[in-house]
Design a protein around this ligand. Sequence first.
Ligand code: HEM
Ligand SMILES: *[C@@H]1O[C@H](CO)[C@@H](O)[C@H](O)[C@H]1NC(C)=O
Ligand SMILES: *[C@@H]1O[C@H](CO)[C@@H](O)[C@H](O)[C@H]1NC(C)=O
Ligand SMILES: *[C@@H]1O[C@H](CO)[C@@H](O)[C@H](O)[C@H]1NC(C)=O
Ligand SMILES: *[C@@H]1O[C@H](CO)[C@@H](O)[C@H](O)[C@H]1NC(C)=O
Length: 339
Amino acid sequence: MPPSIPSTFMLILLGFSLLRRGSLALAAVTPLWRGFYAGICPEAEHIVRETMRRAMDREPRSAASVMRLQFHDCFVNGCDGSLLLDDSPTMIGEKLSLSNINSLRSYEVIDEAKEELENVCPGIVSCADIIIMASRDAVALSGGPDWEVKLGRKDSLSASQEASDKIMPSPRANATFLINLFRQLNLSVTDLVALSGSHSIGMGRCFSIVFRLYNQSGTGLPDPHMDPSFRLKLDRLCPVSGDGNVTGQLDATPIRFDNQYFKDLVMRRGFLNSDQTLYSGDPRTMEVVKRYSVDQEAFFSDFVEGMVRMGDLQIDQPGEIRRNCRVVNNSPRHTRLAI
Ligand code: HEM
Ligand SMILES: *[C@@H]1O[C@H](CO)[C@@H](O)[C@H](O)[C@H]1NC(C)=O
Ligand SMILES: *[C@@H]1O[C@H](CO)[C@@H](O)[C@H](O)[C@H]1NC(C)=O
Ligand SMILES: *[C@@H]1O[C@H](CO)[C@@H](O)[C@H](O)[C@H]1NC(C)=O
Ligand SMILES: *[C@@H]1O[C@H](CO)[C@@H](O)[C@H](O)[C@H]1NC(C)=O
């Protein structure tokens, strides 16, 4: 059953596992503040922004791919860089989870920033913070809003594929499910809709939409909430037994961060079911979609608030400043390198 929607039951289990590991603290556990590196690594924010700029020169889509990393890092046990850990002999990380495998990309942009930061101020800037800075830069450099990010996060000592599978929403999710999921992380209906506006940039795979083109909710029929000409276009892009890795754009202007995504939803031209449902599936989200479709400034300002709130997600756990974002500092791999 590809890809599964986490059930309420699974979310309860997640709740228990968070309780075992530490408390789920919705307010910051490590104090975060704006300008955190100003005194200890004044070049930090500049270095990350220039790294993001170079990545976008090489490949414009990397803005979307990097920004998505914040969502997938922060939702799983808080914004702690756990997403970036490669599998090790003692741990299966998050890169191979259902939502991430063959889908998340641009990890190397974070590596590139980390390498430069380690040269300039070793052991100071966390990988978790690099994700937060680079996501902000990706939005700003794509024509979206720019804002001051809160920093000071520590990197986790572990990662959990299981935790990722339990909490990351499926593209099949409906609005009611998404509202409840976001609420569990203290994120509002407005946050849900504004943050989904991140799909103003980037691409999605046929794999993520074939169910709604040919068998929505097991009906054997297409999703009825689709503009017919848009559906024909997607049918051609993603035939029933075609290559699931073929990609389509998430909105009509996929390298410009703007409110086109919401205009598309109103015209019933949303790519993912989890996009279109925000307009077609629930009056609470529909109202917000309509507003953003005619008021880009309102979208931008709510998006910034949502990104900051999502960036505040933390759990109480031990942390460190990783030297290499892909491995914890005292891993066997590092010990071997040190010998
Ligand atoms: C509300 C629930 C969400 C769901 C169900 C969802 C799901 C998805 C899916 C299925 C894709 C395409 C992946 C693929 O087919 O390979 C995607 C792409 C993307 N998502 Fe989300 N997403 C959600 C929210 C968010 C949030 C909150 C953010 C960031 C703030 C975000 C940022 C992105 C970006 C930028 C892309 C394009 C990435 C690229 O081109 O590499 N998404 N999302
Ligand atoms: C949830 O978010 C609101 C608004 O940002 C904040 O005032 C409140 O303290 C948060 N609640 C918890 C439990 O963190
Ligand atoms: C939304 O999805 C949930 C979880 O899959 C399901 O239980 C519920 O019936 C759906 N609600 C609507 C209105 O379709
Ligand atoms: C559509 O989905 C339902 C429920 O998941 C499944 O039983 C059925 O075989 C699917 N039909 C097709 C044509 O794939
Ligand atoms: C996409 O490509 C990867 C390898 O690059 C492959 O393992 C995977 O099965 C493909 N996914 C789909 C949905 O076709």
